[in-house]
Design a protein around this ligand. Structure first.
Ligand code: SF4
Ligand code: SF4
Length: 537
């Protein structure tokens, strides 16, 4: 089905199936599910029930007491997380969230409606934890926890990108992403997890980053970027690693120094930090800002995130700057302070270039690079030539987590308007808090799941198509590493002719550095507007 043409994939049947929604049987097939996690990754992370199995197997090789484990896990979480109990109790089934999920819009499967996704869990909650459910069973919307129900949880909790769009529209503020997170935690307790989440998490423990890049690889990669920048700009920048006593620790997602198009954003960071003379350092251990633990459990989130504050302490920095990443900022803004903090050993962040105090980061001590850069531009500290981005007609995709989890809406737009001369917004109900997900977040960005990714990304692609066809937009800018990896194939499928870039790639193109040679190429090595192709391109 992933080989289908767009015209075929848009034949979506929104008529509900005839069978009762309580019928839990689901059909696993390639293209709409993710493969199970390899046993070695469970062993590395000391997770229960490592074994060979796949979701389409009949026998999932569950532990004999799997039902007791799940129900005990549920009981404990109902006690620990007030939000979870509340979300189990207060939904009035008004349906305001029903058509807000990109997976429902793209698949027509009613169980991808947020209300019904959560109901898969609520029905079990009612049966075992409420009097009405215990007494009246199905008549009170309750159902037994069976193997089929567990398999259904797996299917639908790994068809939710935890994007939280539905929560924006719920009059009660029910956050179905939180229900998914608990669902995944429970599944993990009996060894039901996916490799695309656990392998990056295991790599992170081994080498500090999701890609499994070892310290010497990290250094090689940064050295390569420094050499390449020298070739493009004639300026040799410093990019220190593990430098004790630096003022600021700079944390980026690992894709920034290893993947395309992320790498061009990384070049932009290096140029910027050099240009303003920032006293900073990378860390070879905290060489990852992203946190795939968030897609597995609260405990794993905490274990993976600990390295950021640990490295800040070891290196003796004053505060932390963070790069363009999505879920990294959800963890930082919503969890890090209580999971791994308080970071009292750090100072409240103040820009050494402008003197601006970042009050919003008083608690976490961590500033987003878009906040930092927007302030530099606002205070007139950067010499910018936006005409260098004239080959791009740009729109901005609000990545779910920076938009909804931290409210970073204006800063990236402000930067883009200063560094590009052609910028157009997508329709209002598809941006800012209402932004539509790429369809591949929360660990679902793997190729075996491609059909569901294309379906889930359809609403976002549709909005991009609108600005491409109306204004001639040819570049989608964003500030999330997962977006940069998964939007290019999505757009190639639905909206050919639109490329993807980070905000700091465009900033790097426009930045006029002191002492630079006459620039003929952008950071992709492509000629600037009006230039011939450069020799090294
Ligand atoms: S909008 Fe909120 S209350 Fe209404 S059905 Fe959805 S989750 Fe339930
Ligand atoms: S969090 Fe996102 S993916 Fe999950 S149900 Fe809500 S809208 Fe759908």
């Amino acid at each position: 089905m992933a080989d289908s043409k767009p015209e075929q994939l848009t034949q979506i049947d929104y008529r509900p199936p005839r069978k009762d929604w309580m019928d839990a049987e689901v059909g696993f097939r390639k293209g709409v599910m993710c493969y199970s996690a390899a046993p070695k990754n469970l062993q590395y992370l000391e997770l229960p029930n490592p074994r060979e199995w796949q979701p389409f197997d009949k026998d999932w090789k569950l532990p004999p007491d799997w039902k007791r484990i799940i129900l005990e896990g549920m009981r404990e979480r109902l006690r620990r997380f007030r939000s979870f109990r509340l979300f189990m109790d207060i939904c009035v089934r008004c349906g305001a969230c029903a058509d807000k999920c990109h997976f429902y819009i793209g698949s027509g499967d009613p169980k991808n409606m947020p209300v019904l996704r959560a109901e898969l869990m609520r029905s079990v909650y009612r049966r075992y934890f409420t009097s009405a459910g215990k007494l009246l069973g199905k008549w009170a919307g309750a159902r037994e926890l069976t193997e089929d129900v567990l398999k259904e949880w797996f299917y639908y909790f790994y068809q939710c990108t935890e994007c939280r769009r539905c929560s924006v529209f719920c009059p009660y503020g029910i956050d179905t992403a939180e229900v998914t997170m608990i669902g995944r935690e429970l599944l993990n307790m009996v060894g039901c997890n996916i490799n695309w989440v656990l392998e990056p998490a295991a790599n992170c423990f081994r080498t500090g980053n999701h890609l499994g890049v070892q310290p010497h690889g990290f250094k090689d990669s940064i050295d390569f970027a420094v050499d390449e920048l020298n070739e493009i700009t004639g300026v040799r920048v410093e990019a220190p690693i593990n430098r004790k006593g630096a003022e600021i620790l700079f944390i980026v997602p690992s894709a920034d120094y290893f993947a395309i198009p992320h790498y061009f954003t990384f070049l932009g960071y290096l140029m910027l930090l050099h240009e303003v003379g920032l006293d900073y350092t990378f860390s070879a251990f905290a060489s990852e800002g992203g946190n795939f633990g968030l897609f597995q459990s609260h405990d794993m989130t905490k274990r993976l995130n600990a390295k950021i504050y640990a490295e800040a302490k070891r290196l003796g920095v004053k505060w932390i700057l963070g790069g363009e990443c999505g879920h990294m900022w959800r963890v930082i803004h919503q969890y890090m302070d209580t999971l791994n903090g308080p970071a009292d050993f750090l100072e409240e962040p103040v820009s050494p270039v402008t003197g601006t105090r970042f009050d919003n980061a008083r608690s976490t001590k961590m500033v987003h690079i878009c906040e930092f850069t927007a302030d530099l531009i606002h205070q007139g500290k950067l010499n910018l030539d936006p005409s260098r981005n004239d080959r791009w007609n740009v729109t901005f995709h609000d990545s779910c987590n920076p938009a909804r989890a931290m409210g970073l809406l204006e800063e990236p737009r402000y930067i883009l308007r200063e560094v590009c001369r052609q910028f157009h917004e997508m329709p209002e109900n598809t941006i800012r808090e209402q932004t539509l997900c790429c369809g591949s977040g929360a660990g679902l960005g793997t190729d075996e799941n491609l059909e569901m990714r294309l379906r889930g990304g359809l609403p976002r692609a549709h909005a991009v198509k609108y600005v491409r066809d109306t204004f001639g937009v040819n570049l989608l800018a964003c500030i999330c590493a997962i977006d940069k990896a998964t939007l290019p194939p999505l757009l190639e499928y639905w909206v050919p002719g639109v490329e993807v870039a980070g905000v700091h790639e465009l900033l790097g193109n426009a930045l006029v550095m002191k002492g630079e040679r006459e620039r003929t190429a952008d950071l992709r090595g492509q000629p600037l507007a009006g230039e011939e192709a450069p020799a090294h391109a």
